[in-house]
Design a binder for this molecule. Structure first.
Ligand SMILES: Nc1nc2c(ncn2[C@@H]2O[C@H](COP(=O)(O)OP(=O)(O)OP(=O)(O)O)[C@@H](O)[C@H]2O)c(=O)[nH]1
Ligand SMILES: [Mg+2]
Length: 441
């Protein structure tokens, strides 16, 4: 299809950012450094970067005529064959720029989609990415056709006729609806797997890409999930059981990393994967403290989390239930803090935060203690007596708790179980259960 990886081998890229009033040059260069990492992740080599100062975006060419003319000279001189914009271009802007520069132009969303499609390993991730790509491509078909003809060597080759475009649009829409059906089937299976996890206390890792989430999962659970310096190493969530010494076990889930301006198509596409965030009992918001700009990244992650958990009343656990998902802010890479930043001043600025190094293990004891404290707030051990005939309540208890003991006492089933406070409340109001908090004598 047209939307397969657009990147070619040996691509030499130029990065373009725009500084508008309200941001600083420093911020823009930091953004471009991040864009450079994204470009690497997509397989392109960056040979030049430029930031254009403007008072506002140019509707036709994004960067303005003068800058465009300058780029048109630099590009052949430096054998650049790809221009990457740090922002999203409208279909018209992208076309105009390509016409002037005669090389392929991609924007931030296309780049991220491209990386995701390279990284997607499971069927679910591949389908989610393809839906996002097709949805993004639909209003841009004319331009993508021109991409193709340019790659085929025919610069200036005309795109397909209107009828062909219509046919293609219809095919893409059909493909999207087919993929959505496939995804539903897969999600149904995933939901089943999830039910089995309901009995455990679920801790979910969330954070900016490259913060060290997978490294921490590996450190705490002794597993070997892929963790590396590439952006977006993780696209599929992985859950592992963690059994701390002297503490109760919990399930730890690694999730997809976030980034500034994460394309909304992708957030929507990865909704099912992000369910792990929605359904968490506790979130660990992991922050890379070794890089400047951590405050900005914290804000980005909070915003994406708000969008994911939102729609539920600013983050209630379930519709109707108030309160945010409890979150521990975790500063990682303490072994590599930049000059002028110490664990103490991070904690002073963010009360309740924990500072760790997933690489060396420093601070992980403190983190486990903080998790344990949250778990004790939420999980409770109780002895629950339910009439043996009340199958509904018994089933509810079995599905939502870890049953430590069960025995029949005449006509009554007696359980000792550990479960969430709110599930205990539901059991209490479901049947004629008799509950006493604490362990059996
Ligand atoms: N110095 C140092 N490096 C770390 C630490 N934790 C992780 N890293 C490195 O940071 C990079 C990213 O780690 P990952 O665990 O893959 O990060 P992630 O958050 O899972 O990233 P994505 O899956 O791409 O979103 C890797 O190169 C790790 O080796 C740490 O405590 N100290
Ligand atoms: Mg990861």
């Amino acid at each position: 299809m047209f939307i397969s990886n657009t990147r070619q081998p040996d691509e030499k890229a130029c990065l373009v950012g725009v500084k508008l009033p309200g941001s600083t040059m420093d911020e823009e260069w930091r953004n471009l450094r991040e864009l450079e990492q994204l470009a690497h992740a997509a397989g392109a080599e960056v040979v030049m970067s430029t930031v254009q100062q403007r008072t506002r975006i140019d509707g036709t060419s994004y960067i303005g005529k003068g800058k465009l003319a300058w780029l048109a000279e630099e590009i052949p001189a430096r054998q650049i064959n790809l221009v990457i914009f740090d922002d999203d271009l409208s279909p018209a802007q992208a076309r105009n720029i390509e016409e002037s520069l005669k090389v392929n132009v991609v924007d931030r969303t296309e780049l991220i989609l491209d990386i995701f499609s390279r990284r997607a390993k499971t069927k679910q991730a591949s389908i989610q990415v393809e839906i996002a790509q097709l949805t993004y491509a639909l209003p841009r078909l004319t331009r993508l056709w021109e991409h193709l003809s340019r790659q085929a060597g025919g610069i200036g080759t005309r795109g397909p006729g209107e009828t062909q475009l219509e046919v293609d649009r219809r095919k893409i829409r059909e493909r999207i609806s087919h993929l959505k059906k496939e995804l539903k089937k897969i999600e149904a299976q995933v939901v089943q797997g999830r039910k089995q996890r309901r009995e455990a206390f679920n801790v979910t890792l969330a954070g900016y890409t490259n913060a060290g989430k997978s490294t921490l999962l590996n450190r705490l659970s002794g597993s070997e999930v892929r963790a590396d310096a590439q952006l977006f190493s993780t696209l599929d969530s992985t859950s592992r059981r963690v059994e701390p010494e002297g503490g109760a076990a919990f399930v730890l889930t690694d999730t997809i990393g976030f980034i500034r301006k994460l394309p909304p198509h992708l957030v929507a596409g990865f909704r099912a994967t992000l369910m792990d965030v929605e359904e968490a009992d506790l979130l660990l918001h992991l922050v890379d403290a070794s890089e400047p700009g951590s405050e900005e990244r914290i804000a980005v992650v909070n915003e994406v989390l708000g969008g994911v958990i939102g729609g539920r009343d600013g983050g209630g656990k379930k519709a109707g239930e108030a309160g945010l998902i409890p979150t521990i802010l975790v500063f990682n890479k303490a072994d590599n803090l930049p000059e002028g930043i110490s664990a103490d001043n991070l904690r002073a600025r963010h009360p309740g935060a924990v500072v760790i190094s997933a690489a060396t293990g420093e601070g992980t004891g403190e983190l486990l203690a903080a998790i344990k404290a949250e778990m004790e707030k939420e999980m409770i051990t109780a002895v629950i007596r339910i009439p043996a005939g009340d199958g509904r309540t018994i089933a509810m208890l079995e599905a939502n708790s870890t049953v430590r003991r069960r025995e029949l006492d005449g006509e009554t089933m007696v359980f000792e179980a550990s479960l969430r406070r709110r599930d205990l409340g539901r059991i209490e109001s479901s049947g004629e259960a008799e509950i006493s908090i604490g362990r059996a004598q």
